[in-house]
Design a protein around this ligand. Structure first.
Ligand code: SF4
Ligand code: SF4
Length: 335
């Protein structure tokens, strides 16, 4: 088993492009915030212009097309094809598995690197309690159809206290589904679901995370799948770095806001915006001014928006630091 921490660097840019905020589902942990990012669906001409901006600014960036549900966009196939002709290193579509507009019939496996499916439980009971009735079957069916057609597929599992108990059981499922990558995400306290998630304390404690997630990730990786999960908690002596300072990530929303840090998305703190099809810097104060603050707790935005995952000793010294949410561990079996 090989394990490595995936550092972020200038050499690896990611463009997370939300084409729309609409979705057919209403997942309990949905991070979409219509009040901040609007309800519009970008038209194909605008999407092309915005893709041109990022292809020029961050050549070889990994492009992740998102929503809402991106397959609700009637011209997603054209978007994928256009992106494929630009200087992106890879093109991924994150989907809830409903695969609208016959998307699997309208693109070829050679035109897209991954369809990434969101599933939040190893059983319908657990997944559907989070994502809605019938979503387990639809997502599994979508994954199977995509794999049968030759598309590379991956799976995203957003771990919380609602489904931690089934993370390990995903090991049995992944092999059967033919996926090659498995991403574990932390439930965010963002968007319309944030209040409920905060009130119900759905985020894992440090102890729960450390006792469960790395071991479950190893079991899933043992099936021959590359597993990626966020570092979350730094141990003493580990380097803290803020991706907003040292990396090159863009979180793009259909109202033109462009963030450098996903934890800032509930606030008008975006460092950049697209105005008249040009990427412009926002005036102070924005997220980039916060990235510059050094605090003993590590991530400054975490300290502001989800401080309940911190702990202090009697003298007020943090027991540990929170890593950048973009810092990942990757685990796989050496072939
Ligand atoms: S989490 Fe994704 S699939 Fe679920 S409601 Fe939100 S946008 Fe839709
Ligand atoms: S999560 Fe924290 S450390 Fe990472 S980019 Fe945002 S502010 Fe910086």
């Amino acid at each position: 088993m090989q394990k490595r921490t995936v550092a972020f660097s200038r050499n690896c840019s990611n463009v997370f492009f939300h084409l729309l905020t609409a979705c057919n589902l209403a997942c309990r942990h949905c991070y979409i915030n219509v009040a901040q990012h609007g309800e519009n669906t970008l038209d194909i001409d605008t999407i092309r212009r915005w893709l041109d901006i990022f292809a020029a600014r961050a050549p070889s960036a990994n492009l992740i097309l998102l929503g809402g549900e991106p397959t609700l966009h009637p011209e997603l196939a054209d978007v994928i094809r256009y992106a494929g002709k630009r200087a992106f290193g890879s093109v991924t579509v994150d989907t809830n598995g409903f695969l609208f507009h016959d998307i699997l019939e309208r693109v070829d496996p050679g035109e897209i690197d991954f369809f990434s499916f969101s599933l939040d439980g190893a059983t319908p009971a657990t997944n559907d309690a989070i994502r809605g009735r019938g979503t387990y079957e639809r997502c599994i069916a979508g994954m199977r159809r995509a794999a049968a057609k030759g598309f590379a597929t991956s799976l995203i599992y957003t771990v919380s206290r609602l489904n931690l108990h089934e993370l390990e059981s995903m090991a049995a499922l992944v092999k059967d589904l033919g996926i090659t990558r498995f991403f574990i995400q932390v439930i965010g306290l963002r968007g319309a679901s944030a209040e409920d998630a905060r009130a119900r304390q759905l985020q894992l404690s440090r102890r729960e995370w450390l006792d469960t997630v790395p071991a479950a990730a190893a079991r899933i990786a043992a099936q021959g799948v590359i597993v990626t999960y966020p570092k979350v908690f730094l141990t003493a002596g580990e380097l803290f770095e803020c991706a907003g300072r040292v990396a090159d990530n863009y979180f793009v929303f259909p109202n033109g806001r462009v963030y450098r840090c996903p934890l800032c998305e509930d606030y008008p703190l975006n460092a950049l915006a697209i105005e008249n099809n040009r990427l412009v810097e926002m005036p102070p104060i924005n997220e980039s001014h916060l990235f510059a603050l050094d605090i003993p707790e590590g991530c400054v935005i975490n300290r502001l928006v989800q401080p309940q995952n911190l702990a202090y000793d009697a003298a007020g010294v943090p027991d540990y630091r929170i890593a950048c949410c973009m810092l990942k561990e990757e685990i796989f079996v050496r072939q």
